[in-house]
Ligand binder design. Structure first.
Ligand SMILES: Nc1ncnc2c1ncn2[C@@H]1O[C@H](COP(=O)(O)OP(=O)(O)O)[C@@H](O)[C@H]1O
Ligand SMILES: [Mg+2]
Length: 334
């Protein structure tokens, strides 16, 4: 992508930042947890990352980033930070005005992040809102974390309890289909939908097998790809108040030392990054590995030193040096 900046690319080939929306119309399915790990994983690969919180009621991602800033200040520890924007709901009452106002806030915030960021990760609420639908329609990738139970699979489709046959797509799946059409109409682009099983546990092997079977069926019916998923692990939640993730352990005095579970969790985050199938992400992972400098995802002591690989001429436009250690950028609201 650095090469691209030296010459004028032909019309229509300009690469902009890659937009990832984390969505599932169910609270507690792991959207914010997935978003946090994705953001820090991308930052640690040396990308410039923007984050957007459109779950203005819960604001969990925003709190996580505020916690992270506090840890940076208290511990005087350099940690990578995203540029973060909260998009608030409109104060208007009339639907048309509300939607116009929210569309305006959202598109301005997105444009602002896209000026400087290689990736924008958007955390959405656990219910159907105008802002959420709008965000989905701008996505290059949608990641839907689903808790590993039939209760939660319901967000994708209804399934016959006896035969395990898929009966009909859920409202969320239909909404996503509609946003795919919106996206195609707007700029001819497409949305890559990834469903990620979350909180996997070995305790109920039968349930796990049955869900795998239904997921296979759903993959064909609904047209998503499956990510390997995150296991149920304390490390995925215990560092929230410090604004840290398993990718930061060892860098701060508070976050403890590495266990086997930590290493396995890091591997799960890396597997998620690979599932994105984005050439520049794969190139950075390979680049660090080839240099035998350690893996920024599995070895937290390696600060991302960003000399972008030539292979990264593909999307997204990661021309950046990493945003490590600076107490920027401030959280702002739109
Ligand atoms: N893989 C996991 N292992 C352990 N706890 C998890 C995992 N994923 C999510 N959680 C916990 O589940 C709860 C809901 O997750 P959260 O990311 O806030 O979901 P959402 O944003 O979809 O509402 C939180 O307490 C979070 O820490
Ligand atoms: Mg959330």
């Amino acid at each position: 992508m650095q090469q691209a900046s030296h010459s004028t690319p032909p019309a229509g080939t300009v690469k902009r930042g890659h937009i990832i929306v984390i969505g599932n119309e169910k609270g507690g399915s792991g959207k914010t947890t997935t978003g946090m790990h994705l953001i820090i994983g991308l930052l640690r690969l040396g990308f410039r990352v923007g984050s957007m919180d459109i779950d203005a009621r819960q604001r969990s991602l925003t709190r996580y980033i505020e916690n992270r800033k506090m840890t940076i200040a208290k511990e005087a520890t350099p940690l990578p930070l995203p540029s973060h924007i909260v998009v608030n709901k409109s104060p208007y009452n009339i639907q048309e005005e509300t939607e116009e106002d929210e569309r305006d806030r959202f598109t301005r915030a997105l444009a602002k992040l896209l000026v400087t960021c290689d990736f924008v990760v958007i955390d959405s609420p656990g219910n159907d809102t105008y802002l959420s639908r709008l965000a989905h329609s701008f996505a290059d990738t949608v990641i839907t974390p689903v808790n590993d139970s039939f209760v939660d699979l319901d967000v994708l489709a209804s399934v016959d309890g006896l035969t395990l046959q898929v009966q009909k797509p859920s409202i969320y799946s239909e909404m996503l289909w509609e946003q795919k059409l919106q996206r195609a109409r707007r700029d001819g682009g497409s949305i890559d939908w990834i469903v990620m099983r979350n909180r996997l546990s070995n305790l109920d092997a039968r349930n796990k097998r049955q869900i795998s079977k239904v997921m296979e069926e759903l993959t064909k019916r609904l047209g998503f790809r499956q990510a390997p998923g995150f296991s149920e692990r304390v490390i995925f939640r215990e560092l929230f108040l410090l604004g840290l993730t398993v990718l930061d352990v060892l860098e701060t005095t508070k976050s403890g030392s590495l266990s086997m579970s930590h290493l396995a969790a890091r591997q799960e985050v890396r597997d998620l990054l690979k599932t994105l199938r984005i050439p520049s992400v794969d190139a950075r992972i390979a680049q660090v590995r080839a240099g035998q400098k350690g893996d920024p995802i599995t070895d937290p002591r390696i600060a991302p030193k960003s000399t972008p690989a030539k292979a990264e001429a593909a999307e997204p436009s990661a021309s950046s040096s990493p945003s490590v250690a600076t107490p920027e950028p401030a959280t702002s609201a739109a």
